[in-house]
Every structure is written in C-alpha cells, then in structure tokens.
Design a protein around this ligand. Structure first.
Ligand SMILES: [Zn+2]
Length: 84
C-alpha cells in the first residue's frame, strides 16, 4: 500500500547541495544500520534490509543526509558519517 522508498521531486533534487561544502549530493540507500545486529553478516543484513532508507550522500564530506517522507533533511547535525 505505502511505498517503501520515497522519491524526491526532480526540481527539488536538482537544486540540492551539501550544506557544508555546497557540493553535489549523490542518491544513496542506507539499509537500517542503526538498529542492525553487529554480529549479523552482510548476507543476513541483505535479507532483512526491508527498512532501507533513502539518503543523500556527500562524498566530499563523507556525510549522508536522511530523506524523511521524501523530504531531504540537509542538516549537518543530523547527517550520518560514512567514513567509519
Ligand atoms: Zn559536502
């Protein structure tokens, strides 16, 4: 019934920039790492990754900004670090 993955409006997506470096953002999907079992293997995670969330990633800053309900939250404070 409800879509598992929201998409961002094309016009909005086109003007989005990283708030920290003003660089371009890359569409990405984050597979529920927050509550993932640390002992789970990649194989296990793949089969249970039904709660994957969309995010916008900045490779320059190694930050990934969450997309909530199709609305990108471009706040550095809420971004997830992707470099470890
Ligand atoms: Zn950036």
């Amino acid at each position: 019934m409800s879509q598992s993955q929201q998409t961002i409006e094309p016009w909005l997506r086109g003007i989005l920039r990283c708030p920290q470096c003003k660089g371009e953002l890359v569409d990405a999907v984050h597979a529920a790492g927050e509550h993932a079992d640390p002992s789970a293997t990649a194989e296990t995670a793949a089969t249970t990754a039904t709660t994957a969330t969309a995010e916008l990633r900045c490779d320059a800053c190694h930050l990934a900004y969450p997309v909530e309900g199709g609305v990108p939250v471009l706040l550095v404070d809420l971004a997830r670090r992707t470099d470890g």
